[in-house]
Design a binder for this molecule. Structure first.
Ligand SMILES: Nc1ncnc2c1ncn2[C@@H]1O[C@H](COP(=O)(O)OP(=O)(O)OP(=O)(O)O)[C@@H](O)[C@H]1O
Length: 262
């Protein structure tokens, strides 16, 4: 298993956020983690890499690529060389006053000891791999000069720069328009297959998770309440909450056509 979370509990200031969460991701697998806002999805992914709030109380077992990720020393190595995380809003992780090239190449310089020229060459290759064009100009741009889709590709390239075996994608495409979302998802799928990466794909969208992932975990109020192969999730939801999520799209109020102004 690339990621194994077992009976994970996490509390902050006596508020219990995660309750006995268990999740597994194998090599080459895409596993969905679905739930409404505040159900604990991001906290689970962050806790897997020990990125927890100060003072958080945590219990349970987490291994990433066979390493104990609850160990503060070991998890540093895990984050350095084995696992990467992509967040929902790329603008929040890129420094607005640093050039794209410097931000994207940072880990290769700091972590892998490459010199700046080597790191820029490698990042340029990765930019091409994630479908970015005009890379020389891009390296000199600032985040505000790029679209959301381009920035998300930059962030994916930076995450892939360490050649992670496990990718934690936290609402990685939720802020993108539908067309760009489809392109980024196709890109992630291709890269995942080429690299045999395991992916934990976090989303609030059950339909997207079922279409994109091999298996899906459903989370509610800090607990995993359902776990199914994607094909089975609509046919045989094990928990009423999964059924409610599946039907949620039908709850949109119908447009009132009786009061159309002339
Ligand atoms: N640093 C923190 N300190 C205290 N409570 C926190 C902290 N981070 C998250 N929480 C709480 O933990 C719960 C789960 O939050 P989390 O962000 O993991 O949910 P989520 O399912 O990822 O939601 P969203 O889809 O909105 O990102 C929420 O009630 C949130 O308020």
């Amino acid at each position: 298993m690339l990621l194994s979370i077992e009976d994970l509990n996490l509390s902050v200031s006596d508020h219990q956020i995660l309750r006995g969460v268990s999740i597994e991701v194998a090599e080459g697998e895409t596993v969905g983690l679905v739930g409404e806002s505040g159900s604990g999805k991001s906290t689970t992914a962050r806790a897997a890499l020990r990125l927890v709030p100060d003072g958080a109380q945590m219990s349970g077992a987490v291994t990433v690529c066979g390493h104990d990720a609850t160990d503060p020393m070991l998890v540093r190595e895990v984050r350095r060389t084995m696992a990467a995380m992509i967040f929902q809003e790329p603008r929040s992780v890129l420094n607005p006053v640093r050039r794209i090239g410097d931000s994207a190449a940072e880990r290769l310089v700091q972590v892998h000891g490459m010199n700046k020229a080597e790191a820029r060459r490698r990042i340029t290759e990765l930019f091409v791999e994630v479908g970015l064009k005009d890379t020389e100009r891009l390296l000199r741009c600032y985040p505000h000069q790029l679209s959301g889709g381009m920035l998300q590709r930059v962030v994916i390239a930076a995450a892939l720069s360490i050649t992670p075996r496990l990718l934690l994608a936290d609402e990685a495409t939720s802020a993108l328009d539908v067309t760009t979302q489809a392109e980024v998802l196709a890109l992630l799928r291709r890269l995942q297959r080429e690299r045999e990466m395991g992916v934990l794909f976090i989303t609030h969208d059950l339909h997207l998770a079922a279409a994109y992932c091999d298996r899906v975990y459903v989370m509610k109020e800090g607990s995993i309440v359902d776990h199914q192969k994607s094909g089975a999730i609509f046919v045989n939801p094990a928990h009423p909450y999964t059924k409610a999520l599946a039907e949620a799209v039908a709850l949109l109020p119908e447009r009132d056509t009786t009061e159309i102004p002339s």
